[in-house]
Design a protein around this ligand. Sequence first.
Ligand code: ADP
Ligand code: MG
Length: 643
Amino acid sequence: MESRKETRQFKTEIQQLLNIIINSLYSHKDIFLRELISNASDAIDKLRFKSQTEPDILGDDAEFKIRIIADKDKNTLEVSDNGIGMSYDEVLENIGTIAKSGTADFLKAIEQSKTREDVLTPELIGQFGVGFYSSFIVAEKVELITRAAGSDKAVRWESTGDGSFGIEETVKDSRGTRVILHLKKTEKDEENFTEEWTIRNIIKKHSDFVAYPVVTDVEKDEPIPEKEQVLDKDNKPVNTTRKVRQEETLNSMKAIWARDKKDVSDEEYKEFYKHLSHDWNDPLTHVHLRLEGTTEYTMLLYIPSKAPFDMFHYERKHGIQLYCKRVFIMESCKELLPEYLRFVKGVVDAPDLNLNVSREILQQDRLVKNIRKNVIKKILELLAGMDKEQYEKFYAEFGSVVKEGLHTDWENKDKIADLLRYKTSKSGDKFISLQDYVSNMKAEQKEIYYITGDNLSTLINSPHLESLKEKDYEVLLMTDPVDEWVTMSLTEYKEKKLRSAEKGELELDKADDKKKDEYTALFDCIKSNLESKIKEVKQSSRLKESLSCLSGDDYDMSAYMEKLLKASGQKAPEVKRVLELNVNHPVLPKIKALFEKDKDSEKLKDYSSLLLDMAVIGEGGKVENPSQFSKMVGELMSEALKV
Ligand code: ADP
Ligand code: MG
């Protein structure tokens, strides 16, 4: 059979990404080594995990190692591992053709912030995670040779990072991956990555926590045994030492979670976080605990300070690594963390865990369930215990994610509700908690009022709030799309019902029944004029100054929800809304007079649609026929201005 060989183009996104990385990270060149070592370590992790069920897979190559080979003459630097390796198709899939989740979002964010490639901050890139492609910051050509565990075929991939890559079948005498960087020429004063000293420093700084030995051959002076010494004419040895190359491990492999809290410095916690997360920013905070009881385990969990670009991609990796007595079991352990806490990064080490666990068994495992419960508990406590400033930082980044928990984690619903923060009709720029809201409630106020929409100033000026404002009741202004789901899941807080200011009866003042009767006939007429657009016309208890507004029944979809669904391309069921009219507004008695004089007046039709359009505009919506609307207003003005 012919062996496979081809040249392919990078996917556009990848090429774009590559250019950005190369152009903006020149002052952070070092990180390429961290990325390659981390990939090597991941590859060993994967193999190790697989070997628990397939012990034969390791063969006689069971001593895991990551090797760094620098060649000054060739100006190359190699990072090799004896991990799981890749097949031909895996190389195609992992390197070069498929952009990782979030790439598109990342590129969009860059475009939106109008950040040019050359001024893109490393922090921004750090949130994305540059991975394998960071090799191209320092290399003019990257070569990857790999053989998958259990296969006898190997693959060679190479690229100069300018549009295309070549891939072909080849041979390799052992399992694992070699990444060979053909380094760019460096100037005298630039960092040279073939220098032992440079490599040592970078590894100490960025890869010290890697769990496998990162080794390199170093030149050492070795004493020459007396028997082998060459003597000069005075019978003295010519040399007592000789140069030998010796393998040395460059990283300490410290498992800091296994150490006592008081022995770990702040700096070490931060460095370990960066190692785990590939984030450049310091974490916001962490919790490090040993839980003792019938079973014992350790957790070291971090809250990042910035949300990653792929926060809302469901296939993204979770952040908890599972260990058993410092031996890595699996990364991205979803069983330990619910979706709504997916931003948490960290390590859980559970000595009593069965080492032969598979993902399927893990879900059933009682210990795992217990750990999960505690992880949630500790994170919620950590969040609840933050000071105001820190919590606001957290909330700005991850508030929307945490809110999902109201929907999915019934057990902790109350605690999650305590974490919510909103601006209100009274709070100005400040965010308040529901607890604050409840303490601010008026003595006679029974319910918690809220309104949803995408624009704070439209909400705060919404006609729906007029009566509530007059009563001096506070209203939560919910402007996050997720809030629509919040209001569906959270119907009560501290035994107070949450009520939408734009739905149902507000029951503030008993409606004036006498007036109601007076207006029945007119309202029926308006309703029949607007038949296809609304489901009812009624006297409003919400309005004080405005003439009209739209409302829904208790269980109707809110206007904002409808807008969101439409914006996301989903079919929103047509929900007709209720047109509420303010009978205390001076205009209504006049319309009523007109109606009583001439029930068939053409004007009544015009006024009906004006009342509706005004309600739509009042809540920041779009009127169906804007030119018709302005024409009518024009006519009204010219009539009013007649002298
Ligand atoms: P990430 O590590 O975040 O997945 P990278 O760009 O660093 O992203 O690597 C992309 C993928 O390439 C990895 O997920 C892995 O599947 C594969 N890969 C990279 N390096 C190695 C390696 N040394 N051994 C095996 N697979 C590797
Ligand atoms: Mg990687």
